[in-house]
Design a protein around this ligand. Structure first.
Ligand code: SAH
Ligand code: SF4
Ligand code: F3S
Length: 442
């Protein structure tokens, strides 16, 4: 029998990369590579990269720097870089990093085993970053073997993005938007459920536009209905949604589908109409607020989260105030906030009136401080209420300390036996903090 080898995967970036790393581990496990969390033991190290902001891209080079000493100790070690920086840089990355063996793009994950044997056999360094016209070829099935003993699965429903928001590199590094036929999605989820998964998150850069270009005529609300019908599945989430594609049927799915959790990540990016226009987001702040209102009318307990960029080119004090005003109106449960980072190829990188770093920092701080207060207030509203929690794990130090998520995606900590992991339990919330809730089992 062939000797067992070890794979170490480091993942940066978003849910796409998390899911792609799952594909990488399952593809490599079919080639006799076991995943290890001990990098010193690895025969292959894969870094799955993100290039959405400058900081993320820098992380790649500093991480690769630390790998040099491992390669010196073990010259047989194979180092590979995948994900969005790999897609963007291709061969250049091989030139820039001499101890790197493999560069594989976002459409080339399925090629990894072949690339690894090429490196072993021919002692050559390889880069493969071509986009596939027919992206369906690159949905290897079944891809979630590695996460089959966990409670939660990430399921790709589409690839790429066609929105070309003026600041964003994703359409360039992930290619054109392609939806995956629903039968394959349902089958994959059934497989996950039979291996113990209780919750799935349907992922894509803009899941609401799911179905565009598919012959079968399934749109996103229809897909949700199909997934809701899968026996044994307890919870459904999805990510990310573009506000311009939040349709009425999608909103009404929240009232109708029992497994669909009451949380929506609906990135607004800015509260200023002129900034939104320059961002090419195709909605106004009023349009956004009316969608939020429709959601809340239907489902008052709905949790909302968002992404917000400060310091977009030309953003004035008034524009920033408009963002703060929107945050006051929506009262998000949580936000991810970022300083605008000019990205190669994108339109915004070349726009006039770039905002200086000092002002970006100032605005980010103001936004984050106010959001912390709102998040705390929102979480305190849970005090005294009984909520359903999917128990995800015991505390690392204290096994009687469990944690899990509410349907609204809040982290809850409470005391209980570890045997409850994987169960849905009722917890009475005693205290709300900025990032979590503390409660008691009912
Ligand atoms: N598809 C998702 C987001 C993907 S990127 C959507 O449309 O909402 C995740 C977040 O990174 C974005 O929502 C945006 O807030 C942020 N982001 C993207 N490009 C950025 C840039 N150049 N500078 C700062 N933040 C950026
Ligand atoms: Fe980027 Fe916009 Fe596509 Fe989201 S919708 S991935 S922000 S281009
Ligand atoms: Fe980053 Fe690529 Fe995701 S750029 S945010 S890992 S799609």
């Amino acid at each position: 029998m062939e000797q067992e080898r070890y794979l170490f995967v480091e993942t940066h970036g978003c849910q796409m990369n998390d899911s792609d790393s799952g594909k990488i581990t399952s593809l490599m496990s079919a080639c006799n590579y076991r995943t290890t969390s001990d990098i010193g033991k690895a025969d292959i190290v894969i870094l799955n990269t993100c290039s959405v902001r400058d900081k993320a891209e820098h992380k790649v080079y500093s991480y690769l720097g630390t790998l040099k000493s491992y390669k010196e100790r073990n010259p047989n070690l194979i180092i590979g870089v995948g994900g969005c920086v790999a897609q963007q840089e291709g061969e250049r990355l091989l030139k820039r990093v001499p101890h790197l063996d493999i560069v594989f793009g976002t459409h080339n994950i399925h090629k990894l085993p072949e690339l690894v044997s090429q490196v072993r056999r021919n002692k050559e360094r390889v880069a493969e970053t071509r986009f596939y016209e027919n992206g369906l070829d690159i949905f290897p099935a079944p891809v979630f073997g590695s996460s089959s003993n966990s409670l939660k699965g990430l399921v790709n429903v589409m690839l790429g993005c066609d929105n070309f928001c003026s600041y964003c590199v994703v359409p360039y590094v992930r290619g054109r938007e392609i939806s995956r036929p629903s039968a394959g999605i349902v089958k994959e989820i059934e497989g996950l459920v039979s291996s113990g998964v209780k919750e799935v998150t349907l992922i894509g850069q803009n899941v609401n536009s799911y179905g565009r270009g598919l012959d079968e005529g399934t749109d996103f609300p229809t897909l949700l209905r199909k997934v809701n019908g899968i026996n044994g599945l307890k919870r459904i989430r999805f990510m990310t949604s573009h506000p311009k594609d939040i349709s009425d049927p999608l909103i009404s799915s929240f009232g109708k589908l029992d497994k669909l959790c009451e949380h929506l990540h609906l990135p607004v990016q800015s509260g200023s109409d002129s900034v939104l226009k320059k961002m090419n987001r195709s909605y106004s702040s009023d349009g956004y607020l009316s969608r939020v209102q429709a959601l809340r009318d239907l489902s008052p307990g709905m949790a909302l989260t968002s992404d917000i960029i400060v310091g977009f080119p030309g953003e004035t004090d008034e524009d920033f105030d408009a963002t703060m005003g929107l945050v006051e109106k929506v009262r998000y449960d949580a936000i991810f906030s970022f300083k605008f980072s000019p990205r190669l190829e994108t339109k915004a990188a070349g726009m006039p009136d770039q905002v200086n770093e000092g002002l970006k920092n100032e605005r980010l701080l103001v936004l984050q401080e106010r959001q912390r207060e709102i998040s705390l207030e929102r979480n305190m509203e849970y005090e005294g209420k009984v909520v359903e929690v999917l128990v995800e794990g015991g505390g690392e130090k204290n096994h009687e300390r469990l944690s899990g998520k509410t349907r609204s995606f809040k982290t809850v900590k409470f005391d209980g036996n570890e045997e409850l992991v994987g169960e849905l339990v009722q917890v009475r919330i005693e205290k709300g903090y900025v990032n979590s809730l503390i409660g008691k089992l009912v």
